[in-house]
Design a protein around this ligand. Structure first.
Ligand SMILES: CC(C)(COP(=O)(O)OP(=O)(O)OC[C@H]1O[C@@H](n2cnc3c(N)ncnc32)[C@H](O)[C@@H]1OP(=O)(O)O)[C@@H](O)C(=O)NCCC(=O)NCCS
Length: 190
């Protein structure tokens, strides 16, 4: 599905200079969101490794194709086809009651030059909707881990309704702590 990001969401996108007219023209970005497939593997890996400064294995990414409970969505600039954002998550069942599902947001990144344009919000909401509608009873909450020093991402998630639940010490290879953030699904959207 093609999503048109309205100009109102694009305050920080580069302006293209129109030399002949001598003034600036804001660029409108069309974003195409699609499900991950094997042909996206190399490009998605490169994008994530660059934007998250982590090394994702092919096996990690392939789970989002092979597992029914997992989903990875890719946002592209419709004009150039360049990947500008990736989000991935999976359904996690309660240990106490296997029928209750929670959505686990595992990966989210937007290309540096496209940030603060509403793309992260669109991707996260798309993933939440996909996870919610894939379970007949809906999901009770969505949760994620974020490095406690990643202030921009924490602000972003708070803006999307996530609340800090706890701090997991040494979650990232024993070096950095993670904040676990959670968002309740409203009864109407379960
Ligand atoms: C976190 C991230 C995905 C946000 O994506 P984005 O497309 O820039 O976010 P949006 O444009 O949809 O932001 C929506 C709102 O969230 C808040 N927000 C987003 N980034 C923010 C930042 N760096 N600082 C403060 N608030 C921020 C703002 O309220 C923003 O609305 P506004 O721009 O109208 O003020 C992006 O910054 C990113 O890829 N960061 C690097 C990778 C990363 O840290 N991922 C999370 C790992 S858990």
């Amino acid at each position: 599905m093609a999503v048109l990001v309205q100009p109102a969401f694009l305050p920080l996108l580069p302006l293209s200079v129109d030399h002949s007219a001598g003034h600036y023209r804001a660029r409108v970005l069309h974003v195409r969101i699609s499900s991950f497939s094997t042909r996206d593997l190399d490009a998605a890996r490169q994008f994530l490794n660059h934007n998250l400064q982590l090394t994702y294995s092919a096996g990690f990414l392939l789970q989002f194709i092979t597992s029914r409970d997992s989903k990875l969505l890719i946002a592209r600039d419709s004009d150039s086809g360049v990947i500008i954002g990736v989000v991935a998550g999976k359904l996690a069942r309660s240990i106490a009651d296997h029928r209750i599902c929670h959505g686990h947001v595992m990966v989210l990144a937007v290309g540096e030059q496209y940030r603060r344009s509403g793309i992260g919000r669109i991707l996260l909401q798309k993933l939440e909707t996909t996870m919610r509608t894939s379970v007949t009873s809906g999901i009770k909450t969505s949760f994620l881990q974020v490095a406690h020093t990643n202030y921009g991402a924490i602000k972003f998630y708070e803006h999307q309704g996530y609340i800090i639940e706890r701090r997991d010490k040494g979650y990232y290879q024993g070096k950095a702590d993670a904040l676990v953030m959670r968002k309740q699904s409203t009864p109407a959207t379960r």
